[in-house]
Design a protein around this ligand. Structure first.
Ligand code: COA
Length: 316
């Protein structure tokens, strides 16, 4: 089921005479990854793959990829790479990328998955790096026992007139991105130009999506200052994703990300009661654990086979 514990309508109906729509919760891993794409990205569906192109931002990896409906056979990898070059590749992206997903049982432990050894060997032989994220879907929201020591607020999209209080809050939420970069002051201070430019571009996409009603940014305020942020984006077709959850390092371990995620998700369900909501986490890391405690359950491993752009290794 989906929704807030004791609240939501429940997936699949089955109730007293209400129309019943069966949910097909199959292979939503890549769909969750694509739910956050903005209007500058073109998504085209074919029988066995989905082509994702962002002509105005060729180095945006999530926006320039071929997503395969099924995992590729090892001997088909090169053919898919040629397909990438002939389609997305004509936009001039510095990387080459394929993605696919494999199902994960909802009770699977939080640990890194093992790739198919033949596929991994075939990928390595042609210079592709294989990585994995776990996509989790909310089963039933389990809010934390205690509220966090912070005020949790939705951020309005910035006003057309720059410089007002809403604009300032939007900016403050965006500044927190730098604390996702690593564990120490050097990581937060010395961010490469391409990374700073990517965050700026990404925040602008969110601003446009927020204005169009598809994106809600949330912040946590403590001692009068923003200390955590996250974004909920939905695709207008019943699928939403939480992303870019960041807590300022000084304020970690207090339940702030947990409280903010629970609150943002509960509000999303108030507006879109039949929504499916998912997110991606590094398998087995702290965020993976945090989301499981809130009622998210693993759904799929999304595999990425990447020939990276040397300038942007580590970013998306
Ligand atoms: C991951 C991240 C968002 C967590 O933020 P946070 O505000 O520290 O999260 P929480 O406080 O809710 O939970 C963190 C830990 O504190 C614990 N905790 C929560 N409330 C607590 C409390 N009142 N007292 C003591 N510990 C508490 C949680 O149980 C959790 O423990 P665990 O690591 O053993 O599972 C933060 O570390 C971060 O910004 N990381 C970099 C960006 C990132 O990786 N984002 C995730 C993207 S998917």
């Amino acid at each position: 089921m989906s929704g807030v514990a004791g609240g939501g309508s429940g997936a699949g109906g089955g109730g007293s005479g209400a129309p019943s729509v069966r949910r097909v919760d199959d292979r939503l891993g890549l769909a969750v990854r694509r739910a956050t794409l903005g209007p500058v990205t073109l998504v085209t569906y074919a029988r066995d793959h989905v082509t994702v192109r962002t002509p105005s931002k060729p180095d945006f990896r999530d926006g320039n990829t071929i997503d395969l409906v099924d995992p590729p056979a090892p001997e088909d990898l090169e053919g898919w790479l040629r397909r990438f070059e002939d389609t997305v590749g004509t936009l001039g992206p510095p990387h080459t990328q394929l993605r696919w997903e494999t199902p994960v049982p909802p009770d699977a432990p939080a640990r890194p998955p093992t790739p198919d050894p033949e596929l991994a060997a075939a990928a390595e032989a042609i210079g592709l790096e294989l990585s994995a994220v776990t996509v989790l879907l909310l089963d039933e929201l389990v809010p934390p026992d205690r509220p966090p020591p912070a005020q949790l607020l939705p951020v309005e999209p910035p006003a057309v007139e720059p410089g007002g209080p809403v604009d300032r809050r939007w900016h403050a939420a965006s500044v927190l991105y730098r604390y996702a970069a690593g564990d120490g002051p050097a990581d937060w201070r010395d961010q490469p130009d391409w990374h700073v430019a990517f965050v700026e571009w990404s925040v602008e996409q969110q601003r446009q999506l927020a204005t169009a009603g598809r994106c809600q940014v949330w912040i946590a305020m403590r001692h009068g200052a923003p200390v955590a942020r996250l974004t909920v984006i939905h695709d207008r077709q019943g699928l939403a994703a939480v992303e870019d959850v960041v807590t300022h390092p000084v304020h970690r371990g207090l339940g702030i990300a947990s409280g903010l995620t629970a609150t943002a998700v509960a509000h999303h369900f108030e507006a879109f009661s039949d929504s499916r909501i998912g997110l991606a986490a590094e398998p087995g890391d702290q965020a993976d654990r945090l989301y499981r405690r809130l009622g998210f359950r693993p759904h799929a491993t999304v595999w990425t086979a990447l020939r990276p752009d040397p300038r942007t290794v580590g970013d998306r």
